[in-house]
Design a protein around this ligand. Structure first.
Ligand SMILES: C[S@@+](CC[C@H](N)C(=O)[O-])C[C@H]1O[C@@H](n2cnc3c(N)ncnc32)[C@H](O)[C@@H]1O
Length: 212
């Protein structure tokens, strides 16, 4: 990939394959450009067709960062819902119309596959095998249980200066992902992590970082 592969171009490529709106994609791109300077790997949980993954991998390539991007998904769609997800509009099995093979082929088309490692399966099985340290996490699992599980593991595996973006935290009026908001609130309560930024048009994502 040439250095001319710009942020604007990778944002457009990501948007073609992502369910995430422009404002949230821009937050990911800005964080990725900053976090490539922190020692550690990038990791995304919830890949679907690879839209946001294109952005994360593009930053690694564009800045020649000595790290890789781990991509975790069941590629079977969402698992079952819990009581904490009551009121959400997503359903079990949603987002199943993709595959690890299709995402790898897409990343290859964009010249990004060499900085990526895909891990197919439930994050409850695949994440414990990955020890980090991670400089940037993009967490996009939509539901309470996997979000809670992933954050519990990841907070212990973050690099100094590492950051976590959680998609679909929601906002005060549209609570379309109540389980994600609950999981994040529970995990950061009493920890040294807090919400430092939010972005999004209809649904909002949040960036969490360690308080200094
Ligand atoms: C909203 S989609 C991800 C969207 C993607 N980041 C984008 O840019 O469009 C959520 C993904 O999380 C995955 N997922 C949810 N719970 C999971 C779990 N427990 N283990 C593995 N994958 C899971 C689903 O398969 C789905 O592909």
């Amino acid at each position: 990939m040439s250095d001319a592969y710009s942020l604007t171009r990778s944002l457009a490529d990501a948007a073609s394959f992502s369910v995430i709106d422009q404002a949230r994609l821009e937050l990911i791109a800005q964080c990725a450009a900053r976090q490539v300077k922190v020692a550690g790997d990038f990791i995304e949980l919830g890949v679907f067709r690879g839209g946001s993954a294109i952005l994360l991998a593009s930053a690694i390539k564009q800045y020649h960062a000595p790290c890789k991007l781990h991509l975790l998904d069941s590629w079977q769609g969402l698992p079952g819902l819990n009581d904490e997800d009551l009121g959400t509009f997503v359903a079990q099995g949603q987002f199943s119309e993709s595959s690890e093979h299709a995402v790898r082929a897409r990343l290859d088309d964009f010249g990004l596959l060499d900085v990526c490692e895909t891990h197919q399966g439930w994050v409850e099985d695949t994440l414990p095998e990955l020890h980090g340290p991670f400089s940037l996490v993009h967490l996009d699992l939509d539901l309470y249980q996997p979000t809670y599980f992933a954050l519990s593991c990841l907070l212990l595996r973050m690099a100094a200066g590492g950051e976590i973006i959680i998609d679909d935290y929601g906002n005060e009026t549209l609570r379309r992902f109540p389980g994600v908001e609950k999981a994040v609130s529970e995990i950061i309560a009493g920890s040294d992590w807090s919400i430092v930024e939010s972005a999004g048009e209809r649904d909002q994502s949040v960036r969490i970082a360690r308080q200094s």
